[in-house]
Design a protein around this ligand. Structure first.
Ligand code: ZN
Length: 705
């Protein structure tokens, strides 16, 4: 659908006056110059910043003085300041404002950025200095944090191929460049299928079953696409999910479901299956060059789990109980369908619809009853209030901070004494060109190596906005997503470390979801709901019996939620232990799911052709398990509160902040967790939380010995 021309090269002179290259100015120690960004400025700024970084790295590598922590590792930490600033802006544009010109820019720049990393990692003189410091760290490093940084940087270099011979280094470089191109195309193909397969509802009878709030959102979405008077079901989770839950029209549910699960899998020029195959093969080849049998082994070695086997053992401990629960859920739904005389067998596009009916029948609760109490603004204030109770944080609108889109609002975060701790950018609403899903990113990590630098953190979600002038109401799932991303933001804002590479969100992949998943739990607390879940029309607090019902439903449909997530995680891991050549994504998915005994009523939360976590970049490749891993940690950590005075126990909160949230990557994650909990994490809390029968022997620990 997208035929794009390459970005026109800009005259070199632009680099000299490019506002994106300047140090950030303004309040809070400088803020991103979002108001000065023009797409055509990004490429020359990136090029100039890359050149500057390479020159700085070369100076470090060729320093005639013997290597020291300061002249090598600290100097490396300082070497890319301009590049970091420009890179963050580029990241915001490619994620949040990906117009066709930005997408073309990304396709051009991603391989060049990958090769920049390679040139640094493959600089032999530089690596020799790093290795000397690391190996002599008892002498060369003055603090535990310096020793940790030496380990972190040394390990990054080794994992990226610094010890390889020149021929192997060259091949790794080629692979990385190709993988960057493939990842960009993969993500753009998914986005194109999300934009391109909107289900348009044309008449009243197409709306059967849909709540008023959904109708008005769908009308607004249609109007935004020039389809005034119609209703649009966007091909994103936030729109398809509620449609599948409420629409009485089974035929339209099937269409919406097929659109959604077929993203990247239409057999056309945007089909991602070939990209998946090539990516898997290249990752396997690179891992073998680096001395690992499989990509999964290489990847998980750098995380809390340590080996793919440990990650798989955890998933396989949970899987049977989750599948067993799905059988019960399907039986209950089939009974409802039979009693209605529907004459159907539950299909994947029926799951959410009949689950909702079972929920109503069993708990007398429907999503439509809850939604009027879930207003975006109030919930945002509510999560601010929670962190005030727990950690003493205060939030107020920040002044004089430019934003990249009028939807974005910026909050100053301060401690109880009014001292600014950082900024939080919130970008809530879906719009064309915005990457789907929800995310949190550090626009600037906290550090103190050259004086205190305040963290700037952004969260971006794809909630569907209410009609103009009306309330912005959220689903329970949407509210959870908001709290989740806010948990990531708090992690970044709580950081108290010296070196930027060890700061905030830069922790092991399977620890990074702990702060976010545990944050979701405060949404369930009556203390929060009584104050902030207020009816948009009457202002009345959410009725107590409704809160009790919500609480009783917390284990409801957990078979579905767990199976859709675990099946994605298991397929991801197994694909990355598979042999590289001739990988057939469709066949692999089919046989792997059959081998697992995947219930036929459920589809993976992310099928391979649109699994952007895994194939749009390497962010979650062989690491999607980190969600369940982190959820084990989150469930176990939350019980630390409930074992004491409850969710608002300030002493436990202080311990969590001091020993987990604030330490970034300065401490080994397993040690950090033990320092908070007094023991290793255990799986029991997750099983209880999801209402599953406890698993058998060998499953008692998240990290089996
Ligand atoms: Zn997350």
């Amino acid at each position: 659908m997208l035929m794009l021309v390459a970005a026109v090269a800009m005259p070199a002179v632009l680099g000299a006056t490019n506002p994106l290259l300047a140090p950030w100015s303004g309040p809070y120690g400088g803020v991103p110059p979002f108001d000065k960004v023009k797409v055509e400025l990004i490429k020359p700024a990136l090029e100039a910043a890359m050149a500057e970084k390479l020159a700085a790295v070369d100076r470090i590598a060729n320093d005639p003085a013997p290597p020291t922590f300061d002249n090598t590792l600290a100097a490396l930490e300082r070497s890319g300041r301009t590049f970091d600033r420009v890179g963050r802006i580029y990241g915001v544009w490619t994620s949040e404002l990906a117009t066709p010109d930005v997408r073309a820019l990304a396709r051009e720049m991603e391989p060049r950025l990958a090769s920049l990393d390679d040139r640094i990692v493959q600089n032999g003189k530089l690596f020799a200095r790093i290795a000397a410091i690391y190996e002599g760290r008892a002498e060369s490093c003055k603090t535990p944090e310096q020793a940790r940084l030496a380990w972190r940087i040394y390990t990054w270099f080794v994992r990226a191929g610094a010890r390889l011979d020149p021929a192997a280094k060259k091949r790794v470089g080629e692979i990385n460049e190709r993988l960057a191109t493939l990842g960009t195309s993969f993500g753009q193909n998914v986005l194109a299928d999300e934009d391109g397969y909107v289900l348009v509802l044309k008449e009243e009878r197409d709306l059967a079953g849909l709540p008023l709030s959904f109708r008005s959102e769908a009308a607004a979405s249609a109007a935004a696409r020039g389809l005034t008077g119609k209703w649009a079901v966007l091909n994103i989770r936030g729109s398809v999910g509620p449609f599948l839950t409420f629409s009485d029209r089974r035929d339209l549910r099937e269409t919406a479901w097929r659109n959604f699960v077929s993203r990247g899998d239409h057999g056309d020029e945007r089909d991602n299956k070939k990209i998946v195959a090539e990516t898997i093969a290249l990752r396997a080849e690179r891992s073998r060059l680096l001395g690992h049998e499989t990509y999964a082994q290489w990847r998980v070695a750098d995380s809390m789990a340590g080996t793919p086997e440990r990650a798989m053992a955890l998933m396989e401990a949970v899987w049977p109980a989750a599948v067993g629960r799905v059988r019960e859920e399907v039986a209950a739904m089939q009974a409802v369908a039979d009693a209605e005389g529907a004459g159907i067998a539950i299909a994947p596009w029926d799951y959410r619809y009949y689950a909702e009916k079972v929920r109503k029948a069993r708990y007398d609760l429907d999503e439509g009853q809850v939604k009027p109490y879930l207003q975006f603004d109030r919930l945002r204030d509510g999560m601010f209030w929670v962190t005030g109770q727990l950690y003493g944080f205060r939030f107020k609108p920040a002044r004089g901070v430019p934003v990249y889109h009028p939807d974005v609002h910026v909050w100053e975060v301060s401690d109880g004494a009014g001292k600014a701790l950082g900024l939080l950018f919130i970008d809530p609403w879906a719009r064309p060109g915005k990457r789907s899903g929800a995310r949190a990113v550090a626009l600037r990590p906290q550090e103190t190596m050259d004086g205190g630098v305040l963290p700037l953190v952004a969260i971006s979600t794809n909630f569907v906005r209410g009609r103009t002038g009306g309330p912005n109401l959220m689903s329970w799932d949407g509210a959870r997503a908001l709290f989740h991303e806010f948990g990531h933001a708090l992690h970044g804002l709580s950081s108290r470390v010296t070196y930027p590479s060890l700061s905030g969100l830069g922790v092991a992949d399977d620890l990074v979801e702990l702060p976010s998943q545990i944050m979701e739990r405060w949404l369930w607390t009556p203390e929060l709901l009584d104050r902030f879940a207020r009816h948009y029309g009457t202002g009345d607090p959410i009725p107590r019996d409704l809160v009790e019902k919500i609480d009783r439903t917390s284990t409801f449909n957990q078979g579905f939620a767990t199976v859709e997530q675990l099946s994605s995680a298991l397929v991801d891991m197994k694909a990355h232990v598979a042999e590289g050549p001739r990988f057939d994504a469709a066949e692999f998915e089919r046989t792997t799911l059959a081998g697992l005994g995947m219930p036929r009523e459920i589809v993976m939360r992310h099928r391979m052709p649109h699994f952007t976590h895994v194939f749009g970049s390497e962010a979650y490749a062989a690491s999607y398990y980190s969600y369940i891993w982190s959820d084990v940690l989150a469930a176990d950590a939350f019980e630390a509160f409930t074992e004491e005075k409850g969710p608002y126990d300030k002493a436990v909160a202080r311990r969590f902040q001091e020993r987990v949230l604030s330490v970034g990557n300065t401490v080994d994650p397993a040690e950090a967790y033990r320092a908070f909990r007094g023991r290793d994490p255990a799986i029991g809390a997750l099983m209880r939380r999801r209402g599953f029968a406890e698993a058998g022997p060998g499953a008692g620990k998240a990290r089996p010995d």
